[in-house]
Write a protein that binds this ligand. Sequence first.
Ligand code: PRT
Ligand code: ZN
Length: 212
Amino acid sequence: MEKLKIAIQKSGRLSEKSLQLLNECGIKVSNGDRKLRTEARNFPMEILFLRDDDIPQYVENGVADIGILGENEVWEKEKDVDEIEKLGFGNCRLSLAIPKDEVYTNLDYFHGKRIATSYPKILKKYFGVKGIDVKIEELGGSVEIATGIGLADGIFDIVSTGSTLIMNGLKEVEAIIKSEAVLIANKSLNEVKQELLERFLFRIRAYKRGMG
Ligand code: PRT
Ligand code: ZN
């Protein structure tokens, strides 16, 4: 029988919540030793555990049919996938921050500045639309230390409580965009998979109504 293949984060901030969502939808997943893949016991679904960065690509090329990840990653990767449903967890924002003692006026402050980020595409698009010239320094992680070590004048990163910024002597000056976990899907699912996705979505929506 055909199965719906879902990609979720292997280990990270969205892993537990993604498994919990499946569970709340009545889909039983044993994730004992977190293998690369496992099968649900009572729903035709196969679960692939991946790095969130790789999920858009796997869903685009059909290795996975659907996936759960932060919208921020979906936007940054610019893959050709459908965004199906917001899931109500993993909420955060993407913000610009600068050293706390700097005087901030408005967005023009950033003209000619170096900004460190793991989200270069989103940032480039944003400043492009605003017509402000910035130099983007792409980093894989630990973006919040970039100003302290003299690599950049400011950072563009994920913020949730804001305590990471404070700990690194930074202040949030612009909250650019909000993000949360979403369900994405491959654009050319066959009829059987489409129908399985509908069943899954129906359960997700029922669960979300229950939460609200
Ligand atoms: O290994 P893998 O590549 O799969 O994981 P990852 O390290 O890339 O991602 P992970 O697990 O850190 O985050 C997964 C997703 O969770 C992100 O893509 C966001 O959509 C979402 N999310 C929600 C967050 C946060 N909140 C968050 N606070 N992702 C990261 N953070 C980090 C942020 O980068 C910063 O370092 O937490 C710090 C800020 O938190 P506060 O509370 O101090 O402001
Ligand atoms: Zn990642």
